[in-house]
Design a binder for this molecule. Structure first.
Ligand SMILES: *Cc1c(COP(=O)(O)O)cnc(C)c1O
Length: 380
């Protein structure tokens, strides 16, 4: 099956056996009747498994070219489950330019439980290799990164991970399986905040994990059931529906992203534009190698780097909505320094480029002309 067919049919061969419903019903049930103890139809209790969630988990595995899919209550619940593969004393090498909530989970929860995190810039693989020691168990990469749109070479990281027998996990939220497939590039684990592009309509919070290795899958299923951060049936239904148009949406997000990046690059008030499709992007060649297109996430700074101007811009936009999150059909604008990245100390965030004037856009799938007009008037 090709990708655009997988989004619709992947892993969905068992159409509703009761009535032939084309969409998997929302099995809003916690438990399942048994004819005698242990004699059931594959489902016992909805924390362990639920048919709507299973349908989604199979779809997730299919679009990522993986074997095993897992759906969690949020992206952070998915990351939480992955880090629970580790033990006190284990070490993780993580990109230093990552989602603020992931940073908070690593430093405020898991460091307290004895897991050590090293944050490095991963555009240089030598920086990653320098931190590897006998306790290293996991490399955590996010690409494109949030909000600086840095690109990390997944294939190069996978080689380092294999040589050193450590796991490589990739947060694929920004690219989605439409643009990039980390498992095919050698990653062991691919994780998503399905809240974003997979759901695609800003109406659900969810996380996902996909792997190919059976032993790893079993450990993760165990954690999913034992810790219980599962996705509910209604939310599973919504994300399953979202995935069916993922390819169409990502194509349009990428087209609009290109138009917005071009417009901003030519605007006299704009200092820098961060979009991996621009030829002057420092990692453009790697992006071209591992991504099919470059998506709808665009960040930029303005000349003078004024905090107040950035705030004013976010108040002036009309088609873009000032809001956290990303990946929905509607365009959003955010100010990382005061919103998503407020939990990262100023000194730490500025090292990675999250300066006061930085604006992050999640370019939606509206008409390109309206988006450009809106940016024009807000910048004015
Ligand atoms: C939103 C996001 C997360 C966290 O996901 P939630 O669904 O909000 O818990 C993790 N990584 C990235 C890149 C994100 O954008």
């Amino acid at each position: 099956m090709q990708f655009n067919t997988k989004t619709i049919h992947g892993g969905q061969e068992n159409i509703d056996p009761a009535y032939g419903a084309v969409m998997p019903p929302i099995y809003q049930t916690s438990t399942y009747s048994q004819t005698s103890p242990g004699n059931h139809k594959g489902f016992e209790y909805s924390r362990s498994a639920n048919p709507t969630r299973t349908a989604l988990e199979n779809s997730l595995a299919s679009i990522e070219n993986g074997k095993y899919g897992l759906a969690f209550a949020s992206g952070l619940a998915a990351i939480d489950a992955i880090i629970k593969l580790l033990k006190p004393g284990d070490e993780v090498i993580s990109t230093n330019d990552l989602y603020g909530g992931s940073y908070r989970l690593f430093t405020s929860i898991f460091e307290g439980l004895g897991i050590k995190f090293h944050f490095v810039g991963m555009e240089s693989t030598t920086a990653v290799e320098a931190k590897i020691n006998k306790n290293t168990k996991l490399i955590w990469a996010e690409t494109p990164t949030n909000p600086m749109m840095n690109i990390i070479d997944i294939e190069a990281l996978a080689k380092i991970a294999k040589t050193n027998k450590v796991l490589l996990a990739v947060d694929n939220t920004f690219a989605t399986a439409y643009l990039q497939q980390p498992l095919d590039l050698g990653a062991d684990i691919v994780m998503h905040s399905a809240t974003k592009y997979l759901g695609g309509h800003s109406d659900v919070v969810m996380g996902s994990v996909v792997v190919n290795n059976e032993e790893l899958a079993n450990k993760l299923y165990f954690i999913q059931n034992a810790s219980g951060g599962i996705a509910g049936p209604m939310d599973s239904f919504l994300v399953l529906r979202g995935i069916k148009t993922l390819h169409l949406r990502m194509q349009r997000h990428s087209e609009n992203g290109r138009a917005v990046a071009k417009f901003l690059s030519e605007h006299p008030k704009v200092e820098k534009v961060y979009w991996p499709g621009l030829e002057n992007h420092p990692n453009h060649e790697i992006a071209k190698k591992q991504m099919k297109d470059f998506g709808g996430m665009v960040s930029f700074t303005t000349k003078g780097n004024s905090y107040e101007d950035a705030i004013k811009f976010t108040e002036k936009v009309k088609v873009f909505t000032l809001a956290e999150s990303l990946g929905g059909v509607e365009s959003l604008a955010g100010h990382p320094a005061s919103m998503t990245h407020a939990s990262i100390p100023k000194e730490e965030r500025e090292k990675t480029g999250v300066v006061d004037s930085l604006i992050r856009l999640s370019v939606g799938i509206e008409d390109e002309k309206d988006l450009i007009e809106d940016l024009k008037q807000a910048l004015a």
